[in-house]
Design a protein around this ligand. Structure first.
Ligand SMILES: Cc1cc2nc3c(=O)[nH]c(=O)nc-3n(C[C@H](O)[C@H](O)[C@H](O)COP(=O)(O)OP(=O)(O)OC[C@H]3O[C@@H](n4cnc5c(N)ncnc54)[C@H](O)[C@@H]3O)c2cc1C
Length: 539
């Protein structure tokens, strides 16, 4: 369906059981869970899917080694449950989105002999807690082995290393895959559509008003329940319900910098459990580059937070202290910042809170807010939310049982890990490109390549990157892309790993989108301006 058709469908299908607000991991997860139980669902996202925090994460699927430390040190059962849930969800995510995720080997370097038993025992406990969901055994590495796995690691003073495993994933494409799977299950999903008001009857929410961010047009939908999954913006949405409401969240910024591949080996990441100021630092291989993150500084609410120079300096300084390679500011190929929604008090009494890191809160007029949590546990958070909605609102799902634990996401059903080689031969393209497409699109990659062949767009979008022009046409026709930046930052990863390459590719993407969507000159000029602004000021 194109956008016009989706808009018509969106209005024709009203009233809905649920209107879900927010197209990040939480909102898309709720839409998928509810639709797969047979509820009638509309999902509205103000910008693009994953344009919020969900597209700016560290891209790790993890139980949370640091939570485990707290669980042990403070004998905190809540933290322990969080790790156990996280490890179970880690395994489900790796299984249900097998094309978009992989197991990642990580090394923790140790520069003090006294830390060896502590770190090793901690990571062994992490293995143990994963039980049947474990994805590899932790082991102690000699100094030489640690350097072999991560050759650029600072050798001076290195005593040993501990190797362990977590998952890694493509966060933006994963959000999209969840949204598209929700669509497949019958949900109506739309991006660039903001919730701007709530419609009440006798003080109870019975619908929502929406504003199309591309045209400015307003529309109204009726529903039984509205789920607020606005990430850092949940309090703004709650104010539409009650302008006097007290905030549930504060926000802090998490910045990442991206360096060239030579700063991380292709198959091993580095985890520094505690920098000198007590933070966790990761240096990870990601899409042919090295991802370094993250920071944690109080930050104001912003749709496109801009990394501060002080935050970039912090990451550079810390990365340098663990490397035997010189890193200069001009080695940075991209930077971005994500806002961490921090739940002010997760155990507050007026919540129907079920876990310690996310909350479900219901207002007197019936607005259900899901806030906090982490990417890895999005599916469980969605399950809790839909269970709650079914138990507290007059909803009649086809089944009350959650269906998502073993529901493959779009692209993963017939994914063949070695499919890249076959695609390379069949479409006469570079093996690296075919492997990239196989991982990003899974069993849909051949459809994309057929489209590319028939439209003569099997050409690279930017030198040195595997992304193809065909992805632009595919993203417009099948993945709801509406803006150039949607493609640069979320359908492909160009703007995430290499800002200069993104700038180079932008005019051709604009040209292809204009042809697909029938944009006039004025729209093209406006789009070019917007794209430049995003690439300069923060994606
Ligand atoms: C720096 C950083 C690194 C992280 N790394 C990891 C990690 O490696 N692994 C992990 O498991 N977790 C990680 N997390 C946590 C994880 O990213 C978040 O928990 C998760 O992405 C939150 O998703 P969300 O859907 O709740 O919020 P968001 O992704 O922010 O989605 C909310 C959406 O709501 C939309 N919205 C807001 N207002 C409206 C409106 N009025 N109408 C319509 N739509 C609206 C926004 O545009 C936005 O897209 C990280 C977090 C940060 C900040």
């Amino acid at each position: 369906m194109n956008r016009e058709e989706i808009l018509t469908h969106l209005q024709q299908q009203s009233p809905y059981d649920l209107i879900v607000v927010g197209g990040g991991a939480s909102g898309c997860g709720v839409a998928l869970d509810a639709a797969s139980r047979g509820l009638k669902v509309a999902l509205v996202e103000k910008n693009d899917f994953a344009e919020g925090t969900s597209g700016r994460s560290t891209k790790l699927v993890h139980g949370g080694v640091r939570y485990l430390e707290k669980a042990v040190k403070k004998l905190d059962r809540g933290q322990y449950n969080l790790v156990r849930d996280g490890l179970r969800e880690r395994a489900l995510l790796l299984q249900n989105a097998c094309h978009l995720s992989n197991r990642l080997t990580l090394v923790t370097p140790i520069y003090n002999w006294l830390e060896v038993p502590y770190v090793f025992a901690g990571l062994k406990l992490y293995d143990l807690l994963s039980g049947k969901s474990h994805i590899g055994h932790s082991r102690l590495l000699s100094r030489a082995e640690a350097l072999r796995r991560f050759p650029m690691l600072k050798a001076k003073g290195l005593k040993a290393g501990v190797q362990y495993h977590d998952g890694q994933f493509h966060d933006a494409r994963m959000t999209l895959a969840i949204a598209l799977t929700a669509q497949q299950q019958g949900a109506t999903i739309i991006n660039h559509m903001a919730l701007t008001g709530l419609v009440k009857t006798a003080g109870v929410i019975k619908g929502a008003t929406l504003t199309d961010q591309l045209t400015g047009d307003d529309l109204s939908l009726n529903c039984t329940c509205v789920i607020n999954a606005g990430g850092p913006f949940v309090d703004e949405i709650r104010k539409l319900d009650d302008p006097q409401t007290k905030a549930l969240l504060t926000t802090s910024s998490g910045v990442h910098i991206v360096l060239d591949q030579r700063f991380a080996p292709p198959d091993t990441g580095l985890m520094i459990p505690q920098t000198e100021d007590g933070r966790v630092l990761f240096i990870l291989p990601w899409e042919g580059h090295a991802l370094v993150g993250t920071t944690d500084e109080p930050a104001p609410l912003s749709e496109h937070p801009r990394p501060l120079d002080t935050e970039i300096d912090y990451l550079l300084r810390h990365a340098r202290s663990y490397f035997d390679l010189q890193i200069e500011p001009n080695d940075i190929k991209a930077t971005w910042s994500g806002l961490r929604p921090l739940v002010a008090n997760p155990t507050t009494n007026d919540t129907a809170g079920l876990a310690r890191d996310h909350i479900l809160h219901t207002s007197p007029s019936g607005l259900v807010t899901l806030a906090g949590g982490k990417w890895t546990t999005y599916r469980k958070m969605a399950q809790d939310t839909v269970d709650y909605a079914i138990n507290h609102f007059p909803l009649e799902p086809a089944t009350k049982e959650c269906q998502t634990a073993h529901l493959p996401l779009v692209g993963s059903s017939d994914f063949d890990l070695l499919g890249g080689t076959k695609l390379a031969k069949r479409f006469a393209i570079e093996e690296e490109t075919a492997t990239y497409l196989n991982r990003c699109y899974g069993d849909q990659a051949d459809q994309l390549l057929e489209l590319g062949r028939s439209s003569d767009t099997l050409r690279p979008l930017a030198a040195g990157h595997p992304c193809l022009e065909a992805e632009v046409i595919y993203a417009v026709r099948f993945e709801l892309a509406q803006r150039v930046i949607d493609i640069l930052a979320r359908r492909t990863h160009l703007a995430i790993v290499d800002t200069q390459a993104a700038r180079t590719a932008a005019p051709r993407i604009l040209e292809l989108m204009a042809a697909e969507l029938g944009w006039n000159q004025q729209r093209c000029d406006e789009e070019a301006k917007q794209t430049t602004r995003r690439l300069n000021e923060g994606i």
